[in-house]
Design a protein around this ligand. Structure first.
Ligand code: ADP
Ligand code: MG
Ligand code: ZN
Length: 606
């Protein structure tokens, strides 16, 4: 309350100042307005004692002390010629606001600012019910009072749940862990597209562990006033430490955690200060105290690297787009509250909604309930769900990514091709996961799991990579007899690899162990500025031929493997169409069931 009184004082001082300014201005205005011709006469008579000219504004004093003002010509020559002769040398002033006018204007601005400020404060006080809670964090404490969310409410991200289980065990009994000297991660970063359930998952972790959950959104840190965000961060951690064990959750952390120094002006400083404070606080607490920081983002790529350093958000959990099974699970979770007709086949809906996020599936169920209500049904029927599906798909920005069945099949064969070639090429990394769930940039993906971190690659490993890369296109060619643009990225990567083998690593026998073309790095930009060609046109042609040979061998190998294992290709593609993603175990089982034909060892030699 004291601060408020202080502001009132400041307010009154300003009012008084302005009042003084206004009266002073009044005194200053000369009493008499006269015509310019009167002035000329007075000058002739020698009555004028002083004169000052500012643009066309002329003011002065007469011998009897009367002050006057008038307007006259704005050029100074006139006065110098006509008046100076009579001994009246005017005082020329620069055109501009007079001192008092500027005081007045400033006063007004200050008053407006202060008035706004006070209105703002008032609102803030009413909002929080507390006086002056400026630097306090707005973190909302969700405790048992609210509906407790558990893992049962989250479907379709079992891997993420598994990874978070360790955190839950720790929060349930921190001492059990620290007694054994275990090191607990300080920060967990949940990454995933919007609507995949990151916020939900974080709340579920708190619910599972039965600990308090402080939640704040990154955008709430970034306020108008410099320093507010930083003090909110401080307060947030203070609150958290008092309530340990607990979870502090920062949603949409990219709002504060953006890479520093890539913005310009405008509130940038404030964000940077807030981020710095966040880093300081993270370093300053020990997870052994029982506070776990969880953050969520859908833009991990823009985060400041400092946030991702060990000891900060060093545990990263991907919350994926749900696959068929995940979608079914999510539909079931949300259908719990709505009466479904016995005839309803949720699995059908799940199969027909590739690319839908959890949030979209939730709204699908809601829309279906609305459709059913509109026709006075007592239960939701299949047709309601189908209509809701179309409605949500239309409203969704990613509707172009909802694959047609034909596209889905093609993508399935493409990815199956990569995976099978990789599985049957001895030098390749094992396949970790295959998916045809559409992503923002690609229709499907085959993920590899390197056995070890590699810094150097042998010739045969590189050849194996080119071969695997060609697997997708080869599969499409075998099944459809043509290709589409989907494989362009694969081709680019394979070509780059082959080019590197020939020109950088000296792996081509024909070209010899020579670095063809110096790579010019523009160090400060960290970009490859291309190669300077210090070889002849003929050499360039030979290089191109060698590159073509490497890629061509890869393609032929991939094709051979797939033709010999066509039955597996069909099987895996079929399974992908059904399930949309296969993990390492499922894939391996499929391949082994089908008696794979391994390629001749020699076929891997170019
Ligand atoms: P994010 O934070 O990733 O953008 P949210 O957690 O806010 O997504 O999800 C929005 C809503 O969508 C949730 O409240 C929930 O009802 C629903 N939802 C999203 N993902 C799931 C999921 N995996 N399981 C169940 N419901 C989900
Ligand atoms: Mg969210
Ligand atoms: Zn591909």
């Amino acid at each position: 309350m004291r601060t408020r009184q202080m502001w009132m004082m400041v307010f009154f001082v300003i009012v008084v100042l302005v009042a003084v300014a206004v009266t002073a201005r009044k005194n200053f205005v000369p009493q008499q307005q006269i015509n310019f011709s009167d002035l000329v006469q007075s000058v002739e008579k020698g009555d004028v004692t002083s004169l000052s000219i500012k643009g066309s504004w002329v003011e002065g004093t007469l011998a009897d002390g009367t002050r006057f003002h008038t307007t006259g010509p704005a050029n100074s020559d006139f006065y110098l010629e006509q008046f100076a002769k009579k001994g009246v040398v005017p005082d020329f002033q620069e055109v501009g606001d007079s001192l008092w006018v500027s005081v007045l204007m400033n006063g007004l601005v200050v008053i407006v600012v202060i008035a706004l400020f006070m209105v703002f404060m008032r609102q803030l006080q009413m909002g929080s019910g507390k006086a002056m809670s400026f630097g306090k964090s707005k973190a909302k404490l969700l405790s048992e009072s609210g509906k407790r969310i558990t893992f049962a409410d989250v479907a379709g991200c079992d891997e993420a749940k598994d990874e978070l289980d360790e955190i839950i065990q720790f929060l349930k009994d921190p001492r059990k862990f620290t007694r054994l000297g275990g090191r607990i991660p300080k920060g967990v970063l949940l990454m995933g597209s919007p609507g995949t359930g990151k916020t939900l998952l974080a709340r579920a972790v708190a619910g599972e562990a039965g600990v308090p959950f402080f939640s704040i959104s990154g955008s709430e840190f970034v306020e108008m006033f410099v320093g507010v965000g930083a003090s909110r961060v401080r307060d947030l951690f203070e609150q958290g430490k008092k309530q340990a064990p607990c979870i502090i959750f920062i949603d949409e952390i990219d709002a504060v955690g953006r890479h520093r120094g890539n913005g310009m002006g405008g509130g940038h400083d404030e964000r940077e200060q807030t981020l710095n404070q966040l880093l300081v606080e993270m370093d300053g607490f020990d997870s052994a105290e029982g506070v776990i920081l969880v953050a969520a983002t859908n833009r991990p790529d823009v985060l400041d690297p400092a946030l991702l350093r060990p000891g900060r958000f060093d545990r990263r959990v991907v919350v994926p787009q749900p696959d068929v099974r995940g979608r079914l699970g999510i539909l079931q979770v949300h259908a719990r509250r709505t009466p479904l007709d016995e005839q309803v086949d949720l699995e059908r809906i799940a199969r027909g909604t590739p690319g839908f996020s959890g949030a979209e599936l939730e709204s699908l169920i809601n829309e279906a309930a609305l459709f059913a209500a509109r026709t006075n049904k007592r239960k939701i029927e299949q047709e309601d769900l189908e209509m809701a599906k179309d409605k949500v798909a239309m409203g969704s920005e990613r509707r172009s990514l909802v694959l047609s069945d034909a596209m889905k099949k093609r993508t399935a064969y493409h990815e199956a091709g990569h995976a099978i070639v990789a599985r049957l090429t001895p030098e390749s990394d094992p396949v970790n996961k295959i998916t045809i769930i559409p992503r923002t940039r690609s229709l499907g993906a085959t993920h590899f799991l390197p056995i070890e971190d590699r810094w150097t690659w042998s010739v045969s490993q590189l050849k194996a990579r080119i071969t695997c890369g060609m697997g997708g296109r080869a599969a499409e060619e075998i099944i459809y007899g043509d290709f589409d643009t989907g494989a362009s990225d694969d081709i680019k990567k394979a070509t780059q690899l082959a080019h590197g083998m020939v020109c950088e690593y000296g792996m081509s026998e024909a070209m010899g162990p020579i670095a063809w073309g110096e790579r010019r790095d523009e160090g400060y930009l960290g970009r490859d500025a291309g190669r300077s060609r210090d070889y002849s046109e003929a050499t360039a042609q030979r290089i191109d031929e060698e590159v073509k040979k490497f890629v061509g061998f890869g393609y032929e190998n991939a094709r051979t493997i797939l033709v010999q294992n066509l039955h597996i290709l069909h099987k895996v593609a079929q399974s992908l169409i059904e399930k949309e993603s296969l993990d390492a175990g499922e894939f391996e089982r499929l391949v082994l069931q089908m008696n794979p034909v391994y390629p001749e060892p020699t076929s891997n030699v170019a």
